[in-house]
Structures are given as structure tokens and as C-alpha cells.
Design a protein around this ligand. Sequence first.
Ligand code: ADP
Ligand code: ZN
Length: 728
Amino acid sequence: MRTERAEMQTRMDIVAVMVGVAVEGPYSYRVPEHMVVERGSIVAVPLGPRLTLGVVWGAPKDNIAHNRLRDVAYVYDVPPLSEELLKLVEWVARYTITAPGQVLRGVLRSPEALDAPKPVIAYRRTGIEPEKLTPARLRVLDALMDDMAWPKPALVGASGVSTSVIDGLERAGALEKLEIPAPPVVMPPDADGAPSKLNPEQQAALDDILALDPHRFGVALLDGVTGGGKTEVFFEAVADTLREGRQALILLPEIALTNTFIDRFTRRFGTRPAEWHSDMTPVQRSKVWRGVLDGTVRAVVGARSALFLPFRELGLLVLDEEHDGAYKQSEGFTYHARDMAVVRAQFSQARVVLSSATPSVESRNNANQGRYAHVRLESRFAEAAMPDITAIDMRIDGPEKGSWIAPLLAREVFAALDRGEQALLFLNRRGYAPLTLCNACGHQYKCPDCSSWMVEHRFRGVLMCHHCGHEVRTPKHCSECGQVDSLVPVGPGIERVAEEAAVRFPNARRVLLSTDMGSHAQLRERFAEVERGEYDLIIGTQLVSKGHHFEKLSVVGVLDADLGLAHGDPRAAEKTFQILTQVAGRAGRASRHGKAFLQTYHPDHPVMKAMVSGDREAFYAQEILAREAGGMPPFGRLAALIISANDHDNATNFARLLLSAAPMAEGVRLFGPADAPVAMIRGRHRVRLLAQSSKDFDLSGYVRFWLSSAEKPKGDLKIQVDIDPMSF
Ligand code: ADP
Ligand code: ZN
């Protein structure tokens, strides 16, 4: 009799709680009698000696004796996390082989974010005169106009009294205290704010996107030339979603630097969007998080981690520049935001717009196969035309020794400057020179902790490792042979280009834009100045290639178009094609006709040919064929295991051990161990195992099974799993 009752109670008031800590499964807790929870409720639970945030996952799988359980300490008065978000956490954890609690940790914010937004305390006069009227009291009453309520801090500031004076006046009946609800983080965007008048091609593109059922999962690839007006098109898709009463998320690859995008959103929707990125303070983030959860925030513009915000009514996800490598998260658990966006949209029955002038081969293939709607914008907006692209054969027409700018390009830059237009010199390499060596003894400066050269940054007077950030003052004499003034820079970095530009174009107003040239705020300011036409010559790295709209820019020079092709990475051609198209696409975006020049030693390479002829269809067709022939993504699957240790042999031996424990499976090919593309970072040696399978094989499941049955890494050994690695 007693046991029966106990068992019934067990079912009713014990819950499984997933805590936001890197643990495998949910833990069971007892729900105190007065407390009501449901799946998705956010709770505080004791874990060991401390409290931690968790989410009610459901009923526990196994029955644990009631009296051994601890109580749920607190349930927050916020809407529960949506079913689709819980499913997303489980899916991501499984797919990326990460503890669900660790994924959940990326979803939850600190407890402060869960407290209700604080109301503002304000006071107004009641008209009743207090019996005792001190000078301080008088100052407070004087500061208040009859019917107006003022926040307490403002009142303290204006009258210069202590808060106790105000409290005293309230007790005396002279002041009325009001609680004004906290304002929303952002005002709701107005779907009908200031829509652009779309041209017929844009309208057709929008119609194609809106043809996707708004309440079902569907993906559109918005594949349009740079300057085609894609933003205007997907803004109208956002408006449509807002009118449907659902929330919208726009992801940008590098949001911290994209002021202009926020401005465009503000103009279109009459209010700033809620933002989500690493430049925000924890308080700002908490407010946005909370607003997304309680539905006061209707639209978010954010970086990839915004995918894990607690939307409850997500109706649209937009990925701008969907091909961008910044969408791959490589620290903590590794995921690709494009893939996760599609997964989340499936759970939410939402639409996805992937926008790019240079779509990833993956997305192009999905569009070719009919899985995604293929929406095109083939001409530039208004009178802007596509830039003319010329390859400069460096073997024949290259610059003199010691110079990096070919004569033809220099002439074109001069001509642009003469016409009062802007020119851009692009080199995707930070610093002054990628390699420094001693011309007396041949010593090359390498990072002591990484397998990479130390890159000279002349403006800052240091040699720096681009993998771990290790820095030393640039030595005056060789640290190996002691020779003075024998160190020579080899090859150009962007600072060296800037140095040459200063000599060649001394009268141009020049600006150097590269991530290490200032804080985000400073760089944003530089970009705004460029947009206002305050510079004539822009010298920059990858940073300048993305999304910017420089109206006066007419000539673009790429100093080393071959740079990305050198790696043995099968995605090298795709990546190079994308960055060259994006950089060239900065030219002639307004009425000025644009020209782009590619300095190359391989003018016959398919990438250069596609760039010059403008035949991107041929490029994609060839690239897709090559991937298919090699069984590479998206036609095959890849997973990488990076095994790292302080000692190289230790890492290699463990990798061999792992390899020998790999389960047999038909169609899975294993490679390695080999040194990882970056063989050493921060003193840790990294070796890699690679698994390859066909598209229809569950490679992630295979790796999960493999790792669960294999020996666990001990000591300083570590395994990092990368499903769908981007470079291989
Ligand atoms: P993309 O994102 O395709 O490179 P943008 O959306 O940045 O192109 O558009 C290029 C330029 O054309 C921007 O300055 C944009 O404001 C302008 N533009 C595009 N469509 C319209 C429109 N329908 N009405 C007015 N201006 C537009
Ligand atoms: Zn290093």
C-alpha cells in the first residue's frame, strides 16, 4: 500500500533537469509541492555544493528513490523554452558529439537575464504639503512640476538630496511613488515602415521567396550578383514574417563591423534591430535574450551564436553572405551555422533565406537538386554595371623587384584618383612580411609554440604568431648569429603594400584597414569615413571585402590573387573564387563603372578564367563535378578527429591506437594519422584522423560509436571532433 502510493508520487513530482554544464544526461530532481513546472521550464537546481541553471527536460527515465533526490530550488517566471529549441539542443549535441549540457550552456544566459526587467521607480507631487518643510525637502518639491513623474535617480540628481529625503516626503504623503514598467529593449520593428520600391527583378525574387509556405519549412537560395539589391529583397521577406506575427533572425558573418547594415535595417523598419554579437555588454545581451524569450523582441540581427537564442515563434532565418567561413564555429563544439539554421528551421517550420553573390558549392548543389528554391538576381541595382575584370600575368607584366604593384594597376589607380574616385588595394595577409630571415646565417623566425612563421608587424614593432598571438619585439640583430641589421622581410603583407602606396601615391588620402589596426569601434569609424569619401586609396585585407558599399570606389587591385590556391585544401578553388568575386564586387557599385585587376602567376587557372570571363556558372559546374568525382562534400561526408598532446609521439601513438579501435563499416574510409593542417598550436602537437563516407551514411553516428567504444584520452591528451570540417 505504502509503496504503491510512493510510486505514483514518484511519477508525478520528479523531473529530469538538463543542467547547463558539460555532462551527458539530465539529472533527476524532486519538485516541491508548491511548485509547478513543465518541459522547457527554466529552473535553478543544486549541483554539488552550488546552484546551477537548468531546464526541465521531462519525466525521468529511471525511478530513483524519492528520498535520495534533491529539490528543484527555484522556477523562473519566464516562458518555457520552446519544444523546437530543446530538440535543437539534442540534435546539435548528437550531431557534433558534444554533451547536451554543454550545448545548453550556450543557450542559457546568467540568472540575471531571467529576472523580470526592473520597473522604473518615479515620483510625482500629490499636492499635499508636508508638515515639516526643510530646505532639502523644498528643493525636491521645487524640482517637481505638478503632474509630472520623474525617475528617482533624476530627482536625486536635480535636487542634490539623499534618497532618504525623498522617502521621507513619500511617508509624509507629499509624494506619490509610481512603478513604470521597464521599456522594451528595442521598439518593435514596423513591417510597413519604409519599404524600398523593388525593381521588377527584385520583386520577382521576393515573390519566389514568399511562394514558400510561411508555416512550413523551406529554403530559398538568394543567388544574386554583388550590388544586386539582395538586402532589400530579404528585408521584405522579414516584413512578411513580422506581419505573420512571427519572429525573424538575420545572421551576418561579421556583425561587429557592419554599422551600415544596422542603419539600413533602421531606415527600413523605423527602429534599430535587437543585436547579438560579442561586442555587447553582458547586460545588453541579457536584455535581448530575455526579450527574445518573452516575445517583445521581434527581429534580431546577430552573429552565428544568435542561432541559439530562445525564439518561441521563429518564422524566418536569413543568412547573409551564406558562403562565409565565419559561419563555421571552431571553438568549443564545432558547428556550421548554415547547417544548424536549416535544422532549426525544420524544427520551427520556418523559412530560410541563404543570400550570397558567391553561394557555397553545398547550397548551389542543393538548389540544383531542387531541395532549395533557386532565386536569382542577375543584374546590379539601378544603373550600376558589373566590374570589368582583368588578370595581370605576373610572369610577364609584373612589377619590378621590390615592388608589389604592377605597372598597369598603378596606372589605373592614378587614373581613378585623377577622376576623384576611390581605389582599393587588396592583399589578404596582415602584417608587414610573412617571413623574416637573417641574410647572414639564413635563420628563419618561427613561433616557439606553433608550426608557423613569426609575422612582422612593423607599425607595432613586433614579430607575431598568427596562431597563438605570441609576440616579440622585432630584434635589431639576429638572435642566432648575432649579426646586426641582417634581418630581411620576405614577401609582402598589407603593411608593406601600404608603405609602397605611400611612396607611389603620396598625395592620395590613404587608409589601412586590417583587423589588427584598431578596436572594432575604431574600425567602424574608419569604414564610415571611407563611405563618406574621406579617403582616396583604401589598402586592406579580407575585412574590406565583405558587404561594404563604397560609392566612389571604381578600381580594385588584388595583389596576390593566387594566395588562397596554394593550400592543399579541396575547397581552395571555391574559397578563392568567392573572395575574389567579393573584392572585385566592391568596385563600381554605384554609377561609376568599376574595374578589377587580379595579379596572378596562374592566369590559366580555372578560378582566374572564371573571374575574367564572368562565367561563374561554368565554374560552379566544374567545381561540383570535381567534388562529386572525389566523393567530397556535399557528395560525401567527412569527419576529423584532432588528437593533441604536449608531445608529438604521444599524440601520434594515441591516434594509432584510436585508429586500430575503429569499427569496421562498409563505405567508411579512414586516413591518418597525419599532422593536422596546423601541426602545432600553443605548444600542443596536433595529429589528425580523417573519416570519409558516402552522403547517405550516418558518419556522425559512426564516430560517436567509435569514440564511445575506444579508450578514453588520459593526461594531457585531448580529442577534438569536427564533423564536416571546412578545410581538410
Ligand atoms: P547586395 O546585398 O546584393 O550586394 P545591396 O542590397 O547592398 O546589394 O544593394 C546595393 C545598393 O542598391 C544599395 O545601396 C541599396 O541601398 C541599393 N538598392 C537596392 N535595391 C534598392 C531599391 N529597391 N530601392 C532603392 N535602392 C536600392
Ligand atoms: Zn604561436
